[in-house]
Design a protein around this ligand. Structure first.
Ligand SMILES: Nc1nc2c(c(=O)[nH]1)N[C@H]1C(S)=C(S)[C@@H](COP(=O)(O)OP(=O)(O)OC[C@H]3O[C@@H](n4cnc5c(=O)[nH]c(N)nc54)[C@H](O)[C@@H]3O)O[C@H]1N2
Ligand SMILES: Nc1nc2c(c(=O)[nH]1)N[C@H]1C(S)=C(S)[C@@H](COP(=O)(O)OP(=O)(O)OC[C@H]3O[C@@H](n4cnc5c(=O)[nH]c(N)nc54)[C@H](O)[C@@H]3O)O[C@H]1N2
Ligand SMILES: [Mo]
Length: 810
């Protein structure tokens, strides 16, 4: 989230698109309803009518997988009807920048496409610079190669007729949403967007979010109260787990994971430390070496020295061009390349796409270790349906874990707020916190390496590994202090702006990442967490102050929010170039002559109008501005509509490419995809229900929840049910080219047929909350037998939300 949960109450228009917030984020939804009480308009764009739709002013159904068409149409509407926020766009975005002359877009393909590799070479996706290396700008926005004009041309194809025909949304509905939302493109109105899986679970998932980011920049909605782009994140503490690098391609604090060809720390730092020649760009990531070297010091402590590159070569490296996301790992496992698998707090045999492939892949494992509070289909795969236990060689262990309320620690919400929680009860039996299990396993491994040596022993024997308390148990405070970081020698920090000098002693906690050093004198396991403790040892995550000085629900003394307790990111963009808030009624920040007052500002520098010291507001972007032209993406600098890998059309109505040419696809014998065939004529989407949690591995043990939602089901619109002669409650079979499952038919008015390119297209939907292990005696199994192993080009998130199926009476 750029903003935070409480802040949603400040909005005038909330677009909930790709989320079922009322059912899956009920506490967050409370703040949307507060906005509604103040008169805000709530809009739900979702293929299906849900409890969220029921509380919104409008529910607008659209065909799954067509959000870029819908939003591209909104960009076209905003530009054609002059709804954009001129000053904001001019000063705070790259709209005025000039696109390099070799960049082209032709019938669905951007320049630089390599059809064999299915990848783009991005060399032509550049913005022109002048002789001093500063981006060229045309402040009149008339140059045909300026980003603004290029964007206008790009989205001029997204006419009302076209968008309506692609998405299945009526033109009246399109207009209603476009009008209501674009009305926030003025200084005294704020619009926000809340998304979750309805946007991410697509081969164009990242570009769905990028399209909305462009809209938010055009309307001046970034950095302001009641605005922003807000990801409603999923699993408890999933924000915390990504901050701490649960993903394979990042290190803690979103630092880059090195790859094999980057052979020295100097090469690494050169590659990932951005350079800007523009004196008005803060380019905050120029501090990258400080964060990275402090990270290495946290890992290897006094073993990391300048001479040995701070232990850079002890870090594991990714093979160049290889990926290790869940789908890639199971692909490698299926190919017999993976020996062992730790499955911690998950049920991948139910949650991962293409279940047939996943369960077959697991048969190739030598060992499997589970750490969980319950048993589930993954740990029991060796005796699942159709599996002969005698033929499985995998040795399986299930270690009993403590549940979240049985341990102390930090927990981060989507608003980047890190809250400390205390242990409420002892774990039953032998249950241990997962952290303690992992720390003890690594401690034992390290002791073995110290004693016996072995290949690549250095990274392990040199690892700083002291995270147990005096009684030999997991010490969450010790871990968090290491993440925050320490001074490793006595240090004097000078603040030239304030004219002060502060002395810190060796061993003191670093009070903020602005104090981290690149000379090995500080250690910090995660720079974004640096500041979660005071230098005096105060645990700011445990703060519970209820003061609200701005009146906007910022509550600066409640817990800790990264970065540096800033509640709204890019908040300097809430003010005009002289530092006056665009909207005095929603004053997040104000420049009062010598300093900013309000939320923690995005950097201390004066506002832009100060030609000497002023800085642009988007300080984490190299150019200091919001990116309308976004060359950071791997699949195009302007989002473009592509059909899902499996969809009802055999031609893309908007361009010559049917699906995302850079989407991730897999090629094993079990990776089948079938488009627009008579055999699988219905668009299917999958989701969760209120009564269960994800795979149901947690909730299917609970008799009351099971009573409320006892068995797998599919929602089928009554028109299609009638056509197929299916009645409510009847058992049916659902199949895709990859597999089939049985379930109960739930005939409903919540799905209505769409008219797409003049033809009737039915969509159906299915929760993914069920498996074979329990409730006992069930004949049903995972919905993911149906889903394809195809993924977003940038993140490799699977396309769970749009694929083709058939439905039959049993
Ligand atoms: N009770 C409960 N709460 C949960 C969970 C749970 O299982 N149960 N799961 C948690 C987790 S891990 C997560 S990640 C979140 C998920 O939270 P959500 O994202 O809200 O969950 P979903 O139900 O997967 O999907 C949201 C909506 O996307 C719609 N949708 C499908 N395809 C499209 C499309 O192409 N475009 C658009 N605009 N919408 C589409 C679906 O109809 C659905 O209503 O919830 C969390 N909260
Ligand atoms: N078709 C389809 N598939 C999907 C999705 C979809 O929308 N459609 N959504 C996807 C999403 S967003 C997600 S997040 C994944 C989720 O997929 P998984 O993470 O595989 O599934 P969960 O059901 O969340 O698994 C939770 C497991 O953690 C255990 N657990 C609960 N509390 C604790 C604890 O305190 N400690 C430990 N050690 N274990 C605990 C539970 O017993 C359970 O076994 O599924 C994905 N799969
Ligand atoms: Mo999730």
């Amino acid at each position: 989230m750029t903003n935070h949960y409480t802040d949603m109450r400040n909005s005038d228009c909330i677009l909930i698109m790709g989320s079922n917030a009322a059912e899956h984020h009920p506490m967050a939804f409370r703040w949307m309803l507060k906005a509604k009480e103040r008169g805000a308009t709530l809009i739900h764009v979702d293929p299906r009518y849900t409890r969220t739709s029921a509380r919104c002013d409008y529910h607008v159904p659209l065909r799954s997988g067509t959000d870029i068409a819908f939003l591209g149409g909104m960009i076209n509407y905003i530009l054609s009807n002059d709804k954009w926020f001129k000053e904001y766009v001019l000063y705070y975005t790259n709209a005025s920048f000039i696109v390099g002359k070799d960049y082209t877009f032709n019938d669905g393909l951007f320049s630089g496409y390599d059809a064999e590799k299915r990848k783009y070479n991005k060399d032509t996706w550049v913005l022109e610079k002048d002789d001093a290396g500063i981006p060229k700008r045309d402040m009149t926005l008339t140059d045909p190669r300026c980003v603004f004009q290029m964007m206008k041309a790009h989205y001029s194809r997204y006419s009302m007729d076209k968008v309506s025909s692609v998405t299945g949304v009526s033109k009246e509905n399109l207009l209603k949403v476009y009008q209501a939302y674009s009305a926030t493109g003025v200084p005294d109105k704020a619009g926000t967007e809340c998304y979750a899986l309805g946007w991410t679970h697509h081969t164009v998932g990242s570009q769905n979010i990028r399209t909305m980011s462009i809209i938010q920049l055009l309307l001046g909605n970034m950095g302001i109260a009641g605005g922003g782009i807000n990801a409603m994140r999923g699993e408890p503490n999933v924000q915390g787990s990504t901050d701490q690098a649960v993903l394979y391609n990042i290190l803690p604090g979103y630092l880059k994971m090195p790859s094999a060809s980057i052979d020295t720390i100097d090469h690494y730092l050169e590659k990932y430390t951005p350079v800007s020649k523009d004196p008005q760009s803060a380019n905050y990531y120029q501090n990258y070496p400080k964060f990275f070297i402090s990270f290495l010091k946290a890992l290897f402590d006094d073993k990391a020295t300048k001479e040995n590159g701070f232990g850079y070569n002890w870090l594991p490296k990714l093979d160049d061009g290889k990926h290790y996301s869940t789908m890639h790992l199971f692909d490698a496992m299926y190919a017999g390349k993976v020996k062992g698998y730790f499955c911690v707090g998950a049920d991948t045999a139910v949650s991962t796409p293409n279940t047939t492939k996943v369960r077959k892949a697991m048969e190739n494992l030598e060992w499997l270790v589970g750490e969980n509070i319950f048993n589930n289909e993954t740990y029991e795969f060796w005796r699942g349906p159709g599996v002969d236990p005698k033929k499985i060689k995998t040795e399986c262990f299930l270690l009993p874990a403590a549940a979240t309320m049985e341990k102390e620690g930090s927990q981060s919400n989507s608003g980047r707020m890190i809250q400390w929680k205390y242990k409420a009860a002892e774990a039953p039996g032998d249950g241990l916190p997962v952290g303690e299990i992992e720390i003890k396993i690594m401690k034992a491994v390290k002791e073995l390496y110290v004693k016996e040596g072995g290949p690549n022993a250095e990274p392990i024997v040199n690892l700083y590994w002291d995270y147990l308390d005096g009684k030999g148990h997991f010490d969450a405070l010790k871990v968090c202090k290491r993440l925050n970081g320490f001074f490793l020698q006595d240090t004097v920090i000078e603040d030239k702006a304030k004219g002060t000098k502060t002395e810190y002693k060796k061993g003191q906690l670093v009070p903020g990442f602005g104090n981290l050093q690149d000379d090995g004198s500080t250690a910090s396991g995660n720079w974004v967490h640096c500041g979660s403790f005071g230098a005096d040892g105060e645990n700011k995550m445990a703060k519970r102050g209820k003061e609200d000085p701005t009146g906007l629900g910022i509550y600066p003394n409640w817990a800790y929010v990264w970065p540096v307790n800033r509640r709204i990111m890019y908040n300097r963009a809430s003010c005009d170039p002289t530092g006056k808030p665009w909207d005095p009624k929603r004053k997040v920040l104000e420049w009062v002559g010598d300093k900013w007052v309000g939320d923690v500002p995005d950097g201390p520098w004066p506002p832009l109008a100060d030609k000497e010291n002023g800085k642009l507001p988007f300080i984490m972007k190299t150019d200091g501005v919001g990116a309308i032209f976004g060359p950071g993406m791997v699949d195009g600098p302007f989002p473009e509509h592509y059909e899902p890998l499996e969809g009802p059309l055999d031609k893309n109505p908007l361009n010559g490419q049917l699906f995302n040419p850079a989407a991730e696809i897999f090629k094993s014998d079990l990776d089948k995809v079938e488009r627009a065939s008579k055999k699988f004529p219905y668009v299917c989407t999958t989701y969760s229900c209120t009564e269960h949690w994800c795979t149901g591995a947690l909730t299917r043990w609970q008799a009351w929840l099971l009573e409320a939602m006892p068995a797998a089901y599919m929602e089928i619109g009554d028109a299609l049910a009638k056509e197929k002669g299916i009645t409510n409650g009847e058992r049916i079979r659902v199949s895709s080219v990859r597999g089939s499952v049985t379930c109960v038919a739930m005939v409903t008015k919540r799905f209505k047929p769409f008219t797409i390119e003049g033809k009737t297209v039915h969509q159906v939907g299915m929760p993914f909350n069920y498996g074979w292990l329990f409730p006992k005696g069930t004949k049903d199994d995972s919905t993911n037998f149906l889903t394809p192993t195809v993924g977003d080009a940038n993140t490799f998130c699977p396309e769970y939300k749009a694929f083709m199926v058939n439905v039959e009476k049993l």
